[in-house]
Design a protein around this ligand. Structure first.
Ligand SMILES: NC(=O)c1ccc[n+]([C@@H]2O[C@H](COP(=O)([O-])OP(=O)(O)OC[C@H]3O[C@@H](n4cnc5c(N)ncnc54)[C@H](O)[C@@H]3O)[C@@H](O)[C@H]2O)c1
Length: 268
Protein backbone atom coordinates (compact mmCIF):
# COMPACT_ATOMS: atom_id res chain seq x y z
CA UNK A 1 0.00 0.00 0.00
CA UNK A 2 1.30 3.48 -0.84
CA UNK A 3 0.64 6.56 1.32
CA UNK A 4 2.38 9.12 -0.90
CA UNK A 5 4.71 9.89 2.02
CA UNK A 6 7.55 10.98 -0.26
CA UNK A 7 5.53 12.74 -2.94
CA UNK A 8 7.68 15.44 -4.53
CA UNK A 9 10.82 14.39 -2.63
CA UNK A 10 14.16 13.62 -4.26
CA UNK A 11 16.83 11.33 -2.90
CA UNK A 12 20.07 9.43 -3.47
CA UNK A 13 20.23 5.77 -2.52
CA UNK A 14 23.63 4.12 -2.17
CA UNK A 15 24.25 0.39 -2.04
CA UNK A 16 21.69 -1.49 -4.17
CA UNK A 17 23.66 -4.46 -5.51
CA UNK A 18 20.94 -7.03 -6.18
CA UNK A 19 17.32 -7.79 -5.18
CA UNK A 20 18.48 -8.95 -1.74
CA UNK A 21 20.14 -5.60 -0.89
CA UNK A 22 18.36 -3.53 1.73
CA UNK A 23 19.00 -0.46 -0.48
CA UNK A 24 17.20 -2.18 -3.38
CA UNK A 25 14.04 -2.51 -1.26
CA UNK A 26 14.39 1.08 -0.01
CA UNK A 27 14.67 2.37 -3.59
CA UNK A 28 11.57 0.45 -4.64
CA UNK A 29 9.52 1.65 -1.64
CA UNK A 30 10.73 5.24 -1.87
CA UNK A 31 9.72 5.33 -5.54
CA UNK A 32 6.35 3.74 -4.72
CA UNK A 33 5.82 6.50 -2.11
CA UNK A 34 6.32 9.14 -4.79
CA UNK A 35 10.04 9.95 -4.57
CA UNK A 36 12.39 10.54 -7.47
CA UNK A 37 15.63 8.63 -6.99
CA UNK A 38 19.25 8.61 -8.09
CA UNK A 39 21.00 5.28 -7.50
CA UNK A 40 24.69 4.96 -6.74
CA UNK A 41 27.17 2.21 -6.06
CA UNK A 42 30.88 1.49 -6.40
CA UNK A 43 32.17 1.21 -9.99
CA UNK A 44 32.86 -2.51 -9.46
CA UNK A 45 29.20 -3.07 -8.51
CA UNK A 46 28.18 -1.66 -11.89
CA UNK A 47 29.89 -4.65 -13.48
CA UNK A 48 28.87 -7.42 -11.08
CA UNK A 49 25.57 -6.23 -9.65
CA UNK A 50 22.14 -5.65 -11.11
CA UNK A 51 21.77 -1.96 -10.29
CA UNK A 52 21.19 -0.99 -13.95
CA UNK A 53 18.14 -3.26 -13.94
CA UNK A 54 16.75 -1.40 -10.92
CA UNK A 55 17.52 1.95 -12.53
CA UNK A 56 15.51 1.01 -15.61
CA UNK A 57 12.63 -0.28 -13.51
CA UNK A 58 12.43 2.90 -11.41
CA UNK A 59 13.41 5.27 -14.20
CA UNK A 60 16.30 6.39 -11.98
CA UNK A 61 19.75 7.47 -13.20
CA UNK A 62 22.57 5.24 -11.98
CA UNK A 63 25.77 7.13 -11.14
CA UNK A 64 28.92 5.24 -10.15
CA UNK A 65 30.81 6.55 -7.12
CA UNK A 66 33.38 4.96 -4.86
CA UNK A 67 32.12 6.20 -1.50
CA UNK A 68 35.70 6.57 -0.25
CA UNK A 69 36.55 9.09 -2.98
CA UNK A 70 35.73 12.76 -2.29
CA UNK A 71 35.98 13.48 -6.03
CA UNK A 72 33.46 10.76 -6.88
CA UNK A 73 31.08 11.96 -4.14
CA UNK A 74 31.31 15.55 -5.33
CA UNK A 75 30.57 14.51 -8.91
CA UNK A 76 27.66 12.34 -7.81
CA UNK A 77 26.07 15.13 -5.75
CA UNK A 78 26.58 17.73 -8.48
CA UNK A 79 25.14 15.45 -11.17
CA UNK A 80 22.19 14.57 -8.94
CA UNK A 81 21.42 18.24 -8.30
CA UNK A 82 21.59 18.91 -12.03
CA UNK A 83 19.26 15.98 -12.67
CA UNK A 84 16.77 17.09 -10.01
CA UNK A 85 17.12 20.80 -10.76
CA UNK A 86 18.19 21.62 -7.19
CA UNK A 87 19.13 20.20 -3.82
CA UNK A 88 17.85 16.86 -2.52
CA UNK A 89 15.63 15.77 0.37
CA UNK A 90 17.16 12.50 1.52
CA UNK A 91 20.17 10.19 1.29
CA UNK A 92 20.56 6.53 2.26
CA UNK A 93 24.08 5.25 3.07
CA UNK A 94 23.76 1.46 2.77
CA UNK A 95 27.43 0.57 2.37
CA UNK A 96 29.54 -1.98 4.16
CA UNK A 97 32.55 -4.15 3.36
CA UNK A 98 35.30 -5.70 5.46
CA UNK A 99 38.48 -6.99 3.91
CA UNK A 100 39.41 -8.99 7.00
CA UNK A 101 35.97 -10.65 7.08
CA UNK A 102 36.19 -11.37 3.39
CA UNK A 103 39.62 -12.96 3.86
CA UNK A 104 38.54 -14.94 6.95
CA UNK A 105 40.98 -13.24 9.32
CA UNK A 106 40.29 -13.90 13.00
CA UNK A 107 39.74 -10.81 15.21
CA UNK A 108 43.00 -11.45 17.04
CA UNK A 109 44.94 -11.73 13.75
CA UNK A 110 43.69 -8.71 11.82
CA UNK A 111 45.63 -7.04 9.06
CA UNK A 112 45.54 -3.38 10.12
CA UNK A 113 45.99 -1.97 6.63
CA UNK A 114 42.86 -3.82 5.61
CA UNK A 115 41.16 -2.65 8.79
CA UNK A 116 41.76 0.98 7.80
CA UNK A 117 40.29 0.26 4.37
CA UNK A 118 37.26 -1.34 6.05
CA UNK A 119 36.76 1.75 8.21
CA UNK A 120 37.11 3.98 5.15
CA UNK A 121 34.49 2.07 3.13
CA UNK A 122 32.04 1.28 5.92
CA UNK A 123 32.20 4.37 8.14
CA UNK A 124 34.46 7.24 7.05
CA UNK A 125 32.60 7.27 3.70
CA UNK A 126 29.58 8.49 5.70
CA UNK A 127 31.52 11.47 6.98
CA UNK A 128 32.96 12.12 3.51
CA UNK A 129 29.48 12.03 2.01
CA UNK A 130 28.02 14.42 4.58
CA UNK A 131 31.00 16.79 4.43
CA UNK A 132 30.71 16.95 0.62
CA UNK A 133 26.94 17.52 0.78
CA UNK A 134 27.40 20.15 3.52
CA UNK A 135 29.86 22.19 1.46
CA UNK A 136 27.85 21.90 -1.77
CA UNK A 137 24.68 22.75 0.15
CA UNK A 138 23.23 19.70 -1.57
CA UNK A 139 20.54 18.85 1.01
CA UNK A 140 17.40 20.93 1.57
CA UNK A 141 16.35 22.31 4.96
CA UNK A 142 14.75 19.52 7.03
CA UNK A 143 16.33 16.91 4.75
CA UNK A 144 17.05 13.45 6.14
CA UNK A 145 20.22 11.35 5.99
CA UNK A 146 20.16 7.72 7.14
CA UNK A 147 22.88 5.06 7.40
CA UNK A 148 22.38 1.38 8.19
CA UNK A 149 24.15 -0.18 11.14
CA UNK A 150 24.17 -3.26 13.39
CA UNK A 151 24.00 -3.85 17.15
CA UNK A 152 27.58 -5.21 17.16
CA UNK A 153 28.49 -1.53 17.72
CA UNK A 154 27.19 -1.95 21.31
CA UNK A 155 27.45 -5.68 22.08
CA UNK A 156 30.01 -8.36 21.24
CA UNK A 157 29.33 -10.63 18.27
CA UNK A 158 32.75 -12.26 17.81
CA UNK A 159 32.38 -13.22 14.15
CA UNK A 160 31.26 -9.71 13.14
CA UNK A 161 34.95 -8.89 13.53
CA UNK A 162 36.21 -5.37 12.71
CA UNK A 163 32.79 -4.43 11.34
CA UNK A 164 31.79 -3.87 14.98
CA UNK A 165 34.23 -0.95 15.27
CA UNK A 166 33.16 0.29 11.81
CA UNK A 167 29.57 0.49 13.00
CA UNK A 168 30.52 2.21 16.27
CA UNK A 169 32.37 4.83 14.20
CA UNK A 170 29.47 5.17 11.76
CA UNK A 171 26.98 5.76 14.58
CA UNK A 172 29.27 8.34 16.16
CA UNK A 173 29.52 10.23 12.84
CA UNK A 174 25.72 10.34 12.72
CA UNK A 175 25.57 12.00 16.15
CA UNK A 176 28.42 14.44 15.59
CA UNK A 177 27.52 15.47 12.03
CA UNK A 178 23.86 15.52 13.04
CA UNK A 179 24.72 18.35 15.41
CA UNK A 180 26.52 20.44 12.77
CA UNK A 181 24.00 19.74 9.99
CA UNK A 182 21.11 20.40 12.37
CA UNK A 183 22.48 23.78 13.40
CA UNK A 184 23.25 24.80 9.82
CA UNK A 185 20.25 23.47 7.88
CA UNK A 186 17.92 21.52 10.20
CA UNK A 187 19.11 18.41 8.32
CA UNK A 188 18.49 15.22 10.30
CA UNK A 189 21.09 12.45 10.57
CA UNK A 190 20.31 9.01 12.02
CA UNK A 191 21.38 5.39 11.89
CA UNK A 192 18.97 2.45 11.73
CA UNK A 193 20.24 -0.65 13.52
CA UNK A 194 18.75 -3.48 11.50
CA UNK A 195 18.21 -7.18 12.33
CA UNK A 196 20.42 -9.74 10.57
CA UNK A 197 19.20 -9.86 6.97
CA UNK A 198 20.05 -12.30 4.16
CA UNK A 199 22.08 -10.16 1.72
CA UNK A 200 25.52 -10.36 0.08
CA UNK A 201 27.13 -8.33 2.90
CA UNK A 202 25.15 -10.08 5.66
CA UNK A 203 25.74 -13.64 4.56
CA UNK A 204 29.47 -12.93 4.16
CA UNK A 205 29.78 -12.93 7.98
CA UNK A 206 30.99 -16.27 9.36
CA UNK A 207 28.19 -18.25 11.02
CA UNK A 208 25.52 -15.92 9.63
CA UNK A 209 22.77 -18.54 9.89
CA UNK A 210 23.39 -18.79 13.64
CA UNK A 211 23.31 -14.96 13.96
CA UNK A 212 20.08 -14.86 12.04
CA UNK A 213 18.31 -17.74 13.82
CA UNK A 214 19.41 -16.67 17.31
CA UNK A 215 18.19 -13.09 16.79
CA UNK A 216 14.95 -14.34 15.28
CA UNK A 217 14.26 -16.56 18.30
CA UNK A 218 15.29 -13.91 20.86
CA UNK A 219 13.15 -11.15 19.35
CA UNK A 220 9.50 -11.16 20.47
CA UNK A 221 8.47 -9.90 17.02
CA UNK A 222 11.06 -11.93 15.09
CA UNK A 223 13.74 -10.40 12.87
CA UNK A 224 12.88 -7.33 10.83
CA UNK A 225 13.07 -8.05 7.10
CA UNK A 226 14.69 -5.90 4.41
CA UNK A 227 11.21 -4.85 3.26
CA UNK A 228 10.32 -3.72 6.77
CA UNK A 229 13.62 -1.84 6.99
CA UNK A 230 12.65 -0.09 3.77
CA UNK A 231 9.35 0.99 5.37
CA UNK A 232 11.28 2.45 8.31
CA UNK A 233 13.65 4.31 5.95
CA UNK A 234 10.66 5.78 4.10
CA UNK A 235 9.28 7.04 7.42
CA UNK A 236 12.67 8.53 8.28
CA UNK A 237 12.82 10.32 4.91
CA UNK A 238 9.27 11.62 5.31
CA UNK A 239 8.03 14.72 7.13
CA UNK A 240 6.56 12.48 9.84
CA UNK A 241 9.98 12.14 11.49
CA UNK A 242 11.01 15.82 11.39
CA UNK A 243 12.32 16.05 14.96
CA UNK A 244 14.24 12.76 15.04
CA UNK A 245 17.95 13.35 14.71
CA UNK A 246 21.34 12.14 16.04
CA UNK A 247 19.77 8.80 17.03
CA UNK A 248 20.69 5.18 16.63
CA UNK A 249 17.28 3.60 16.03
CA UNK A 250 16.86 -0.11 16.64
CA UNK A 251 14.76 -1.89 14.05
CA UNK A 252 15.06 -5.42 15.31
CA UNK A 253 11.77 -6.87 16.56
CA UNK A 254 12.74 -6.04 20.16
CA UNK A 255 16.05 -7.94 20.15
CA UNK A 256 18.11 -5.06 21.61
CA UNK A 257 15.98 -4.94 24.78
CA UNK A 258 16.05 -8.67 25.51
CA UNK A 259 18.09 -10.32 28.25
CA UNK A 260 16.88 -13.87 27.97
CA UNK A 261 14.10 -15.47 26.01
CA UNK A 262 13.02 -18.96 27.09
CA UNK A 263 12.31 -19.75 23.43
CA UNK A 264 16.07 -20.00 22.89
CA UNK A 265 16.02 -23.07 25.15
CA UNK A 266 12.71 -24.35 23.80
CA UNK A 267 11.13 -23.55 27.18
CA UNK A 268 8.13 -21.51 26.03
N1 LIG B 1 22.53 -7.77 6.09
C1 LIG B 1 22.55 -7.60 7.40
O1 LIG B 1 22.43 -8.54 8.18
C2 LIG B 1 22.68 -6.20 7.94
C3 LIG B 1 22.27 -5.94 9.26
C4 LIG B 1 22.45 -4.65 9.78
C5 LIG B 1 23.02 -3.67 8.96
N2 LIG B 1 23.40 -3.96 7.69
C6 LIG B 1 24.02 -2.92 6.88
O2 LIG B 1 23.21 -2.61 5.77
C7 LIG B 1 24.02 -2.00 4.77
C8 LIG B 1 23.71 -2.63 3.43
O3 LIG B 1 24.13 -3.95 3.37
P1 LIG B 1 23.26 -5.15 2.77
O4 LIG B 1 23.08 -6.13 3.87
O5 LIG B 1 22.09 -4.64 2.03
O6 LIG B 1 24.31 -5.85 1.78
P2 LIG B 1 24.74 -5.54 0.25
O7 LIG B 1 25.96 -6.38 0.04
O8 LIG B 1 23.60 -5.76 -0.67
O9 LIG B 1 25.12 -3.99 0.26
C9 LIG B 1 26.40 -3.49 0.58
C10 LIG B 1 26.72 -2.46 -0.50
O10 LIG B 1 27.93 -1.74 -0.21
C11 LIG B 1 28.45 -1.40 -1.50
N3 LIG B 1 29.84 -0.94 -1.42
C12 LIG B 1 30.93 -1.66 -0.99
N4 LIG B 1 32.04 -0.91 -1.13
C13 LIG B 1 31.65 0.31 -1.63
C14 LIG B 1 32.34 1.52 -1.97
N5 LIG B 1 33.68 1.63 -1.83
N6 LIG B 1 31.62 2.54 -2.46
C15 LIG B 1 30.28 2.47 -2.62
N7 LIG B 1 29.56 1.35 -2.30
C16 LIG B 1 30.26 0.28 -1.82
C17 LIG B 1 28.31 -2.72 -2.25
O11 LIG B 1 28.52 -2.60 -3.64
C18 LIG B 1 26.90 -3.12 -1.88
O12 LIG B 1 25.95 -2.59 -2.79
C19 LIG B 1 25.48 -2.17 5.23
O13 LIG B 1 25.93 -1.00 5.86
C20 LIG B 1 25.35 -3.30 6.24
O14 LIG B 1 26.41 -3.32 7.17
C21 LIG B 1 23.22 -5.20 7.16
Amino acid sequence: MSYGLLAGKKGIIFGALDEQSIAWKVAEKAAAEGAQIVLSNAPVAMRFGKIQELGEKLNAPVIAADATSMDDLKQLLEQSMTHFGGPIDFILHSIGMSLNVRKNKAYTELNHEWMLKTFDISAISFHKLMQTAYHLDAVKDWGSIVALTYIAAQRVFPDYNEMAESKALLESFARSFGYHYGVKKKVRVNTISQSPTWTTAGSGVKGFKTFFDYADTMSPLGNATADECADYCVFMFSDLSRKITMQNLYHDGGYSSMGINPSVFNEE
